[in-house]
Ligand binder design. Structure first.
Ligand code: ZN
Length: 92
């Protein structure tokens, strides 16, 4: 595996995990796990401090109910953050 360089704030490095999610309960959740909506390209923290939703609204997390909502699983990706910096979160 090649050496990974530190990226700037707006160029965080993510590694897509080879997961085929067919149910929200299968999605891993951790501080360095992020969900990506391939439709709009938004990254969402899997363990957000407040509810988050992607730009097109197809992937969202409701922290009050601890629930992940996925409209289309074929457009849902799980990524692992390969950087220590705090990423940009699109929060509503
Ligand atoms: Zn989206």
């Amino acid at each position: 595996m090649p050496a990974r360089k530190k990226r700037r704030f707006d160029k965080l490095l993510f590694e897509r995990l080879p997961l085929q999610i067919t149910n929200t309960s299968q999605a891993p959740r951790d501080d360095d796990i992020y969900y990506r909506c391939s439709r709009c390209g938004s990254f969402l923290s899997s363990a957000p401090k407040q509810s988050v939703i992607c730009r097109c609204g197809r992937v969202s997390i409701d922290v009050d109910y601890v629930r992940l909502f996925i409209t289309d699983y074929t457009e849902f990706e799980v990524h692992r953050l390969l950087d220590d910096d705090t990423p940009t979160l699109r929060e509503t």
